[in-house]
Design a protein around this ligand. Structure first.
Ligand SMILES: Cc1ncc(COP(=O)(O)O)cc1O
Length: 391
């Protein structure tokens, strides 16, 4: 029995996840590990399924943005190392200890407070990756003095272990490498300052997908592989470089819920912004902006039916859209592809991102709890997870 009661779903090809990871495995020096970034519920693909597939395919660890995301992975039985890349309120340090999850830190005060909390009830120690801000302007220490102070504070802590040091690149996906090279030079000077202070370096990492593609020898101990794991390129420039060939893992599909042929002109959807003409077929599809299918695609997006492109007719509604099939007759339950391939045609996440004036990262992250995820191997569904009805 189907475990969800709607005709719209996301398909995630786990073999594409595996293939993408192994592509980066081959691209990187053998000594460099791979940390699969599965934050934002695996960029919308499903963190648990993608995380398990990545680990089974050779990833050494996982990374998330929030401690709550790590909790979901631990509850799903994942025991691999997990790093929380973002800020964690110090009050949550006990949860990190209980989950055996590593956190990011860059403040002496936070470190001291965290250690005090863990000491109070003799909790298990927590691994800490120190973040340096070399030019992202987001989180991290910005000077050697602050770095040495943070590391010194960690060395005084009995309940915190210094297990990593990293930075994040702001422009690694751009053709002009000035900024990324300046960041990497600064990161190297931070590492040198630690060596000169007789510190033994823990796990060192700096590369996201773009830097891993363009500068594989900057991999150090591990890279943080996000968008590339899902078969997407960080930018058009990185796609055109074609150093690595990736396979998109996600498709968004639906079935026609209603279809009608216009005998005489009629308008379609809110605001009556589209007029169907005589003999034109209009299909209604059960997906809308409340699913994360953007209203900005009104009268602009296209879908695939029988391997051909057809335009969205009128405004995207909260739960439904209408498409014009022109003179093509269709039937209820016929399959339509919203994102992905059908025949020789493809509607890529890059195309949707361009239409929305955003980047491909955001498009799958918009697909929310209302859409069930189907996981495929050999083109067969091997598992289903529906965020709306399953825990
Ligand atoms: C700190 C950090 N590290 C790594 C990533 C992954 O970036 P890509 O998706 O571009 O690979 C994101 C991030 O916020």
């Amino acid at each position: 029995m189907k475990s969800f009661c709607r005709d719209t779903w996301v398909e995630v090809d786990l073999e594409a996840i595996r293939a993408n990871l192994q592509t980066f495995r081959r691209h990187l020096p053998e000594k460099t590990g791979i940390m699969a970034v599965v934050k934002a519920d695996g960029y919308g693909h499903g963190a648990v399924h993608v995380g398990k597939e990545a680990l089974a395919s050779g990833a050494d660890s996982l990374a998330v943005a929030l401690l709550d995301e790590a909790l979901v992975l631990r509850r799903a039985g994942i025991t691999a190392p997990i790093l929380v890349l973002g800020y964690t309120p110090v009050e949550s340090i006990v949860t990190a200890s209980e989950l055996e999850v590593e956190l990011t830190a860059y403040s002496v005060e936070w470190i001291t407070n965290a250690n005090d909390i863990l000491q109070k009830n003799n909790h298990k120690p927590v691994g800490i990756h120190v973040k340096t801000d070399t030019g992202m302007g987001r989180l991290g220490v910005r000077t050697k003095e602050d770095l040495l102070a943070v590391v010194g504070a960690l060395e005084e802590c009995s309940k915190l272990k210094w297990t990593g040091i990293f930075t994040h690149f702001a422009c690694a996906d751009e053709p002009d490498t000035t900024h990324v090279r300046r960041q990497h030079d600064l990161f190297q000077s931070f590492l040198q300052a630690l060596r000169e202070a007789n510190k033994t370096l823990p796990t060192v990492h700096c590369c996201n997908t773009a830097a891993a593609i363009a500068f594989p020898d900057w991999g150090y101990d591990t890279i943080r592989l996000g968008i590339g794991l899902y078969g997407l390129y960080p930018s058009l420039y990185m796609k055109e470089r074609a150093d690595v060939i990736l396979a998109p893992a996600l498709a968004l599909k639906t079935r026609i819920a209603h279809v009608k042929k216009a005998d005489e002109p009629f308008t379609v959807s809110y605001g009556a912004t589209y007029a169907a003409q005589p003999a034109e077929w209009i299909a209604t599809l059960p997906i809308g902006y409340a699913d994360g299918y953007s209203r900005l695609l009104s009268n602009r997006g296209e879908v695939l039916y029988n391997g051909s492109r057809y335009p969205i007719a009128g405004r995207v509604c909260m739960d439904q859209i209408m498409v014009s099939l022109k003179s093509t007759e269709a039937e209820v339950n016929d399959e339509v592809v919203l994102y992905g391939k059908q025949g020789d045609e493809e509607i890529s996440l890059d195309e949707i991102a361009d239409l929305l004036g955003t980047i491909n990262y955001e498009v799958p992250c918009m697909l929310n709890y209302r859409i069930p995820r189907l996981y495929l191997r050999d083109q067969k569904v091997t598992d289903v997870f529906h965020p709306l009805t399953m825990k």
